[in-house]
Design a protein around this ligand. Structure first.
Ligand code: PMP
Length: 359
């Protein structure tokens, strides 16, 4: 029996997302997935749970906690299994298969186009500047004007892997250009690492704005799979319609409350200071290495560099037990490599690996 003949053509045509953990061994010093180097709490609140009961679909205490953290009302927030689920829900709710389109500025995070591919939505890609990798505002606005059946515009601030933020003026222009036509999704997975304020403050005035947040990065909880969509209550209700009945597991709910509690917040403040210091040091050291051709320090917990032979650098580091992320072959990213900023020990291991590269 030809199983493939039964499957949807969109799924057969799909280039699936290649995750850091799925594509490289999870051993050694892991600087390839932009995770925090440690968990923010040692509490294990999942030990006494009534696991025979289904969990609350949208736990009131967690919703309240996250709404407080992100400065929104509870009816403007949906708790999701990471931002990945938020992206998937947005595609499924707003994009008609074979007709509607999303827009992204490439290079960018890969899940927007994968979720679009699964849904059968079109993807309009606006290339960033080939040298600076900055978003070309005029090209973006022109593409918005020119795209029919545009439903979602994805912006990332800070962006992955380039690390740049979306300035307020550009967001204002994009919101104006999409009004009544499309939603603007600001993916703020890394916003805690920079000074730029969240676009969430604009939600009440901007019905077509959506903000994505996550506990996976600065909250040290990628393993939890917990994030939030922040949006106008009408958007939140629509997303809730297509969500699985019990998306969050009881252990994940308990752990999400623990990792965002008062102790964890203090631990987070310390961690952010340590990572900022380590990042400053990494950037200074990379600037001094003769084989670094370009460097994008960005505003997040990672740095993007271009070298003469990116895959060779990634291989060399892997041989020394340090995993970094290869972007070679992706549009505009030939020989580019992304390095996540880790703990001081992680960075010592990275430094030792870099010291012997090309020697
Ligand atoms: N958005 C961006 C820009 C990311 O880099 C990532 C993770 N690499 C995500 C979203 C997904 O995060 P989550 O773990 O919350 O699904």
């Amino acid at each position: 029996m030809n199983i493939e003949a039964l499957a949807r053509p969109e799924v057969l045509a799909l280039s699936p997302y290649v995750s850091a953990r799925g594509s490289a061994a999870a051993d050694g010093v892991l600087l390839n997935a932009n995770e925090a180097p440690r968990t923010l709490t040692s509490a294990a609140p999942w030990q006494d749970l009534d696991l025979h009961r289904y969990p609350p679909p949208q736990p009131a205490d967690l919703r309240q906690r996250l709404a407080g953290l992100y400065g929104v009302e509870e009816d403007q927030l949906l708790v999701t299994r990471g931002s990945d689920e938020g992206i998937d829900l947005l595609l499924r709710v707003f994009c008609r298969a074979g007709r509607d389109r999303i827009l992204e500025t490439i290079p960018c995070f890969g899940m927007y186009r994968v979720a679009a591919g699964i849904q059968g939505a079109g993807v309009v890609q606006v290339k960033r500047d080939a040298d600076t990798l900055e978003v070309r505002a005029d090209a973006l606005l022109e593409a918005i004007e020119a795209t029919e059946d545009l439903k979602l515009v994805f912006l990332t601030s800070p962006a992955n892997p380039t690390g740049d933020t979306v300035d307020e003026e550009l967001l204002t222009r994009v919101l104006a250009a999409t009004q009544e036509r499309a939603l603007v999704v600001m993916d703020e997975a890394y916003i805690e690492f920079c000074e730029t304020p969240s676009a969430a403050a604009r939600l009440t005035r901007q019905p077509n704005l959506v903000v994505l947040r996550t506990l996976s990065k600065a909250w040290g909880a990628a393993g939890l799979r917990c994030g939030a969509v922040l949006a106008n209550p009408a958007v939140i209700q629509l997303l809730g319609r297509v969500m699985a009945p019990y998306p969050l597991t009881a252990p994940a709910i308990a752990a999400a409350l623990a990792v965002t509690g008062p102790d964890a917040r203090e631990a987070q403040a310390t961690l952010l200071l340590i990572l900022a210091r380590e990042k400053g040091r990494l950037v200074r050291e990379l600037t001094g290495r003769p084989w670094v051709r370009d460097l994008w320090p960005g505003e997040a917990n990672f740095v993007l560099i271009r070298v003469d032979d990116g895959p060779a650098l990634v291989r060399h580091c892997a041989e020394q037990g340090v995993r970094i992320r290869d972007f070679n072959g992706q549009p505009l990213l030939d020989n580019c490599v992304r390095l996540t900023v880790g703990s001081p020990d992680d960075m010592n291991a990275l430094r030792a690996a870099l010291d012997t590269f090309g020697v």
